[in-house]
Ligand binder design. Sequence first.
Ligand code: BTN
Length: 328
Amino acid sequence: MSIDLEILKALHGASGRSVSGADLSQTLGVTRAAIWARVQELRSLGYDIDASPHQGYKIISCPDLLHADDLLARLGPVSVIGRDIRVFKETTSTNDVVEKLARDGVKEGVVVFAESQTRGRGRLGRKWVSPSGKGLWFSILLRPALIPGEATRLTILAAVALRRAISGYTGIEPEIKWPNDILIKGRKTAGILTEMHAEPDRIKHLVLGIGVDVNVEPEQLPPELGPIATSLRAETGRMINRAELACRILRELDADYEHLNSGQFARMVDEWEEHCSTIGNNVSIRIGNRTLRGRAEALSEDGALLVRSEHGRLEAVIGGDVSLDKPT
Ligand code: BTN
């Protein structure tokens, strides 16, 4: 048991009211002095916790940092995704950390956040800029009972859950660009990188990496991204509470992972199609050194994009770089 986790759970759960030190010490089975010492430690991290001899402890404000116990305390019960949360101040890429945990045999559902990444990566070998303390850069370990050809389902699942969480938390209605981009008014605000380790007939593990530009300032991004990227802060005009948003995203992902495992992937396909800016448009898709041009018609049951090519053939595309073409 982590005392910090239990203290933070009690303080968040009291929603602005005080929690008595005596009650905390009794429930947690530790001395009042031990509680006081942990509160002092939390204060040193920037938690503003009011302590009154008669009323007890009350949380006034929390710092803008990701703290594993705090995330667990806010998250509440989950089935798989988020039952273990780890936070790094800096790492190369959270996908690397989770890949290592996977190879060490850690259970699925662990989530690794980093305040900054020195070698954050995106799809197709691109660099992912991850300014410290400004976004949500995290990866999740999953061990789904799927074959490698079905891995796109996880990207679809992540895209709908992420879109729903952002919409629910900010009131903005982002759109999805196949397969993994979350856009607001045509500019990218979040991306998903799915990496897997598989045998020919089964996925051994899969790492779902998610990057959300939350409070990133335009000048923190390379100039070439200016016209194509945005952040939730820029779009809403207010600072977003990263810990709250992170928990909302994890709850949505956890719920959808349960849906996937109980044979309900079809509902995610419907939601994806409803919010997708790719479907119904003429597209060019770069797949290796070939470019496929056609009209994106729908999403297949496995999460592939069904494209009616210029030659009238329906092709199922599972990867590549999509750009929207002008209507003909
Ligand atoms: C993309 O849009 O190309 C995918 C971007 C994925 C970025 C996230 S940030 C956390 C995780 N760690 C990484 O190195 N990449 C993913």
